[in-house]
Design a protein around this ligand. Structure first.
Ligand code: DGP
Length: 114
C-alpha cells in the first residue's frame, strides 16, 4: 500500500536494520526498542491487522511465527527466552496498521502486560 510505512520498509524505500528476509517476510529492528532485543517481523503483503486474516492465511501466519523463532535464535535470545506480541486494533495498542509480530527479549518480561 503506497502510504504504509511498513510496505515502504519491505520495499527498501525507507531504511531499516534488516535482520532476516525471505520471499514472504521481512524482519527488522524496531526503531523504538522496548527491550535490549526488539525485532518486528512483517509479511511483505500488506495486511492491516490480524483481524483481516482468515483461513487461507494460516500458512502465512505459521510462517510469521516460525520466522520469529528463527530471528530469536539469530539474535541470541532463544535460550534465555523471549516474548511474541501482536498488538491488534485500538484497544490492542496497534499504531502501525500493517500486521507485525514483535519479538522482545534480552531481559525478563513482566506479566500482566500493561
Ligand atoms: P504497534 O504499536 O504494535 O503498532 O507497533 C509499531 C512499532 O513499529 C513500534 O514499536 C515502533 C515501530 N515503528 C514505527 N515506525 C517505524 C519505522 O519507521 N521503522 C522501524 N524500524 N520501526 C518503526
Amino acid at each position: 500500500m503506497s502510504d504504509c510505512i511498513f510496505c515502504k520498509i519491505a520495499e527498501k524505500k525507507i531504511p531499516s536494520k534488516i535482520v532476516h528476509e525471505d520471499d514472504k517476510t521481512v524482519a527488522f529492528d524496531d526503531v523504538n526498542p522496548q527491550a535490549p532485543t526488539h525485532v518486528l517481523v512483517i509479511p511483505k503483503r500488506h495486511v492491516a491487522s490480524l483481524t483481516e486474516m482468515n483461513e487461507v492465511d494460516a500458512g502465512l501466519l505459521g510462517h510469521l511465527m516460525l520466522t520469529g523463532s528463527k530471528v530469536a535464535k539469530l539474535k541470541g535470545i532463544a535460550e534465555g527466552g523471549y516474548r511474541f506480541v501482536i498488538n491488534t486494533g485500538r484497544n490492542g495498542g496497534q499504531t502501525v496498521f500493517h500486521l507485525h509480530l514483535h519479538i522482545l527479549g534480552g531481559r525478563p518480561m513482566h506479566w500482566p502486560p500493561g
